[in-house]
Design a protein around this ligand. Sequence first.
Ligand SMILES: [Zn+2]
Length: 435
Amino acid sequence: MSELVSHLDYAPRRSARLISVGAHSTPKPKLPRKRKRFEDNEPVSTGIQGQRDPQSSDLCTPEHDPSEQRRSRKRKTNEIEESSESVEPAYIIPDVERKASNFHGRLGYACLNTILRAKRPVASSIFCSRTCRLDSLKKSGVDFAKHLARKNVEDLLTIIQWNEDNNIRFFRLSSEMFPFASHRDYGYSLEFCAPLLAKAGALARKYSHRLTTHPGQYTQLGSPKPAVVEASVRDLEYHCQMLDLMNMGPDSVMVIHGGGVYGDKATTLRRLKESINTLPTNVRNRLVLENDELCYNAEDLLPVCEELDVPLVFDYHHDKLYPSSIPPSAIIQRANAIWTRRGIKPKQHLSEQRPGAVTLMERRAHSDRCENLPADLPPGMDLMIEAKDKEQAVLYLHRMYDLQPVIHASLRPATANPSMQTNGRKSSKRGSRSG
Ligand SMILES: [Zn+2]
């Protein structure tokens, strides 16, 4: 990691009026706006030679190139590529509005670091969600998935170090770290990766980083279908094994939503409670619930959480879209009482809707960055920032509220015209839930 930060200068606290960094001639490289499914024919992580690199057009088949003209074109392009790789792009970073707050807690981000992911050449890109098609796993065997998983965990070490260097000490692990690990037929234990996971966990604990997880939209503990509940339990067991093998303490929770309503909220909540009560102890100990924006608001979940002593993650944005009859301050007070009883540090989620969003679907889409810390935010809270700009959204708030020193070279400008689309989260009141 020293290579990553050695050339960076740390901005002194309270001084950072970041108008610009370096030369202005190099354009901003396109950051991944959407999680790109990592395919097994990309040489990025597999190390498989001789396959087409989607980033480098047709440059991978020189032996079939009939013309000298084309060869010289290739040489030229390579030269351009090599020179562009060696130049560190510079960015114009606008100043931020300065805001006051008594907040002194941690801000976190979820799963992906846009700077490390955008590293080029492609083979040096750092991320934790390499996955493959189920077909590839069937053909190549489980070792292929395990190979990707090892690369994912190796990269997690780099991300943890980057977070530490940038004063971010709260991070959500990608659920895709181990492709298909919780699959009914092709799933596998994470024991093969135990030493590496232990190493990643030790690094996080050395720096007192909090690592959490958020199992996906198919985790439906209240489903009327036993197969869905079984799959949900398998998925929770997988996340739990990941955290257990990292030796993470009780603050490393697994956040899920209430799930679908299935036409009858009361009955579904009863099934949810039954499922939670029959979970293996280590899984139940890490499980926490979060209010969502469509099916279960905080008021729906609080009685369940209080009865079962399962903490509630309060999501401010979801509460705005699907409010309770009690105000956030009262919800937070009741939620915090559960966290305290359980001896787990409370955490909350923050996101904002995009500027100009009108319809519910538009309002559900997370903005690139957050402009305000909530009025009801307890000063010492661990606040997960669920914004599209990931670590940039955290650094933005660090600067705006003067929460942590910021490294100039880690800053990227915001996108000028963000879209209104919801990326990836598909749900309805009837069936699957929000993510
Ligand atoms: Zn959330």
